[in-house]
Design a binder for this molecule. Sequence first.
Ligand SMILES: NC(=O)c1ccc[n+]([C@@H]2O[C@H](COP(=O)([O-])OP(=O)(O)OC[C@H]3O[C@@H](n4cnc5c(N)ncnc54)[C@H](O)[C@@H]3O)[C@@H](O)[C@H]2O)c1
Length: 179
Amino acid sequence: MITNENGNYTGKVAFVTGAANGIGRATALAFAREGANVVVADILEQGNQETARMIEDLGGRAIAVRCDVTQAEDVKAALAKTVEAFGRLDFAFNNAGIEPRKPAPNAEYEEEEWNRIIDTNLRSVFLCMKHELPLILKQGGGAIINTSSGAGIIAAADVTVHAQTELRRAARACGTPEA
Ligand SMILES: NC(=O)c1ccc[n+]([C@@H]2O[C@H](COP(=O)([O-])OP(=O)(O)OC[C@H]3O[C@@H](n4cnc5c(N)ncnc54)[C@H](O)[C@@H]3O)[C@@H](O)[C@H]2O)c1
């Protein structure tokens, strides 16, 4: 049963990335409790389906969409499915993100690992916002939230690339075009 049947978000639609686990799943459930229809998007199909089922068990409406947020075509397709299923987009939570496989100082960082983290933690936020904004503006407004991390503002050895992506995500979340 939805806990807040007169939720503020009744009739609204939320798109949540990284929704198969953790913060994304908890936020998807919170949107549903407030009455929103939720699109859960993740590369992990099983966890994604579980999140959608949990929302339905609450009495809410959700669809699970497989989406790799580093791929523009996936992001566009997931947002197209959002509009196809629920007719609009009001909120986006760009939350999918990864940690380094093995923290290391800059000089020891593999280029491949750098690219993987930049693509997942930073480029994805640009891609998602690029395709979410026109849909949200169509409704006359809404909200976009991008997950960042304390790692972006507190210096620590061996988390260089992670810290840089988090700082830039934080800047983008605050509306700054570039950090
Ligand atoms: N948990 C923390 O302490 C913490 C602290 C600071 C920042 N964060 C950030 O918060 C966000 C969520 O963290 P969490 O702890 O819930 O992590 P989590 O690992 O539990 O969940 C992250 C989700 O993102 C998904 N994901 C990864 N790459 C993806 C891709 N390319 N496309 C689509 N989905 C993808 C994963 O499959 C996973 O379901 C992340 O961006 C993380 O960097 C977390």
